[in-house]
Design a protein around this ligand. Structure first.
Ligand SMILES: Nc1ncnc2c1ncn2[C@@H]1O[C@H](COP(=O)(O)OP(=O)(O)OP(=O)(O)O)[C@@H](O)[C@H]1O
Ligand SMILES: [Mg+2]
Length: 266
């Protein structure tokens, strides 16, 4: 297995571009994610955040530029290959199986991951059964961590939107990825579940998990991220720690302006 030399970013995006017809969704974007950090990716609607994630995770091909993960070029590799390299992501529109139980959703995520490497070779073997037992234990632990253990056998379709987002996040964690990319994990989620998602990210990061998170909830971004990258019109506008980004005039004008200008009641 390849390991990152010390200080080399876990993820390096070098000048990637992606156009849809005449729309330059991503335009020469550079960004890096250091191992062990929670990195935020923010910017106005339509500035290219989700498209960037799609390119990084192999769900969209890039037109140009390079994406290095642990120093290896993963540009335009398949989502399976990129997941197997250790990069998992969630989607802005949740992708879980409503008809499967909550537990099955987690197990399927792990099975889809394993299938790519050795599942076929070991099908029916003892190693396979051991793996299945370990996966069931991991699913149980994750569901306890996210407070959904009582829904283990329930169809995922009965969960609230926020609970489904928790399941999608847990599913992404089933394969112990080195980097998890989340696309708007808090959007449309009630405050109780926001607290739970925030705690899960914090706990996991304290255990060494690296995250890249696209999110519009600025309170969460400022509290949870070590480093924030601001995008505008498909490219990076600026980056830095929360205190620097929060006070940058360009960010205030383009993105936080309305919040800052709003008068607090006397
Ligand atoms: N599959 C697609 N086909 C055509 N245009 C697309 C496609 N996906 C994205 N776009 C366009 O690319 C631009 C960037 O969209 P993208 O979804 O990446 O923005 P975003 O920053 O994630 O926005 P939001 O904060 O609203 O989720 C937009 O103009 C969008 O309409
Ligand atoms: Mg988006």
């Amino acid at each position: 297995m390849t390991t990152c030399p010390i200080d080399e970013p876990l993820l390096q995006v070098r000048g990637i571009s992606k156009a849809f017809g005449g729309v330059k969704a991503v335009n020469q974007l550079d960004l890096s994610v250091q191992a062990g950090t929670v990195t935020g990716l923010i910017g106005p609607n339509g500035c290219g955040k989700s498209t960037s994630i799609d390119c990084i995770s192999g769900f969209q091909p890039v037109d140009s530029g390079a994406i290095l993960f642990q120093g290896n070029d993963i540009s335009n590799r398949s989502p399976d290959a990129i997941a197997h390299a250790g990069l998992m992501r969630t989607f802005q529109n949740i992708r879980i199986y409503d008809d499967l139980s909550v537990q099955e959703n987690l197990l399927v995520s792990r099975q889809e991951f394993d299938r790519f490497s050795w599942m076929t070779a070991f099908a029916g073997s003892r190693a396979m059964r051991d793996k299945e037992r370990q996966s069931a234990e991991k699913a149980q632990e994750l569901l306890e961590e996210i407070g959904l253990q009582r829904y283990l056998k329930a169809p995922a379709g009965i969960l609230s939107y926020g609970q489904k987002k928790l399941v999608a996040l847990a599913a992404a964690m089933m394969s112990d990825p080195k980097l998890i990319i989340l696309d708007e994990p808090l959007a449309g989620v009630n405050p109780t579940v926001i607290t739970r998602i925030e705690a899960l990210i914090k706990n996991r990061n304290e255990q060494g998990q690296t995250f890249l998170i696209v999110e519009h909830n600025m309170g969460f971004v400022m509290r949870s991220c070590h480093h924030i990258i601001v995008m505008e019109s498909g490219a990076k506008l600026l980056e830095g720690p929360p205190d620097v980004v929060r006070n940058d005039e360009r960010v205030i004008d383009a993105y936080l302006g309305r919040a800052r200008d709003r008068k607090e009641p006397a």
